[in-house]
Design a protein around this ligand. Structure first.
Ligand code: UTP
Length: 297
């Protein structure tokens, strides 16, 4: 029988150093964009993509995340607000999404966090979603990748173009061929040094992986920064079976670093149906005031 993608891992055990001191006692995935923690946007995308079981890998602040998703109340309320009645029914009727938790005892890298969930996944293809990227798209980003998986039956890595001067911040692919939005890949490079990136196609926090990745994520595979790097393991997987990259459609918001987080907050506030116009007025007033003041000085 063909295996479907029904399970997803959301790693949330990183140290979140870029947001200290806010992340001293709270995972960065609980930082809100307006009134919703970033991890909730991610869980909603997984649910809307048909995922049935989610495992969140936690470290410090485990309780905050667990408490947040208790009873799935927030999620149901949001689906109701968005008038996504069908989805709401699905979530309610069969409690289709089960959230499970596992602890990564030491922050040994993203690859290690995924390895910690191997027993939960077993011998099935699975999804990984990172809270650093929120994607708004007509068809949820993860669903786009799952649809690709269903055609290709191979690991699919979500990518998008980023400005060439930013490539050193991402995992970057070296593509060989392209068919529609799907790429065959020669190599996956984690955070290439400035000026050495093989392309500007960056890995952006959404993956469908086959279980053959797990043996490649063991303690033996320590990479950059002394961490077990997922990108290195994907490169090794690519040597034993086909791994594709897929340029997903949709707008991606970078909430893993301070400026991206501020920009996302501003954009979401401006787009908000209830108070977007008020926010626009507020921002215009603030800017005008600053301009007048600098003119006076
Ligand atoms: P990041 O490198 O963006 O997260 O990892 P970080 O380490 O928390 O952030 P900074 O760099 O210190 O500011 C990407 C994702 O992988 C998870 C993080 O929680 C984040 O969602 N991660 C990272 C783990 O779960 N465990 C780790 O050991 C490292």
């Amino acid at each position: 029988m063909e295996k479907r993608v029904t399970k997803a891992i959301i790693p949330a055990a990183g140290l979140g150093t870029r947001f200290l001191p806010a992340t001293k006692a709270m995972p960065k995935e609980m930082l809100p964009i307006l009134n919703k923690p970033t991890i909730q946007y991610i869980v909603e995308e997984a649910v809307e993509s048909g995922i049935e079981d989610i495992i969140i890998v936690t470290g410090k602040g485990k309780r905050a995340i667990e408490d947040h998703f208790d009873n799935n109340f927030e999620l149901e309320e949001n689906l109701l607000k968005k008038e996504k009645f069908e989805l709401l029914e699905e979530v309610r009727a069969s409690s289709r999404v089960e959230i499970h938790y596992i602890r990564q005892k030491e922050a040994k890298g993203l690859g290690h966090a995924i390895w910690c969930a191997r027993k939960f996944i077993g011998n099935e293809p699975f999804a990984v979603l990172l809270g650093d990227d929120i994607v708004q798209a007509k068809k949820p980003c993860l669903k786009q990748l799952i649809d690709q998986y269903n055609q290709l039956k191979a690991s699919i890595i979500g990518i998008q173009q980023v400005p060439i001067e930013d490539t050193h911040r991402y995992g970057i692919i070296e593509p060989t061929s392209k068919s529609n939005r799907s790429y065959r890949v020669k190599s996956f490079v984690e955070k290439p040094k400035k000026g050495t990136a093989p392309s500007s196609l960056a890995i952006l926090g959404r993956y469908i992986l086959t279980p053959e990745i797990f043996p490649l994520l063991g303690e033996h595979n320590v990479g950059k920064g002394g961490e077990i790097q997922l990108t290195d393991a994907i490169q090794q997987l690519n040597n034993i079976q086909k791994v594709y990259a897929y340029e997903f459609e949709g707008k991606r918001y970078d909430v893993g670093e301070m400026l991206g987080f501020i920009r996302t907050t501003m954009e979401f506030a401006l787009d908000n149906q209830e108070f977007g116009l008020e926010v626009e007025k507020m921002m215009t007033e603030l800017l005008l005031k600053r301009n007048i003041m600098s003119f006076e000085n």
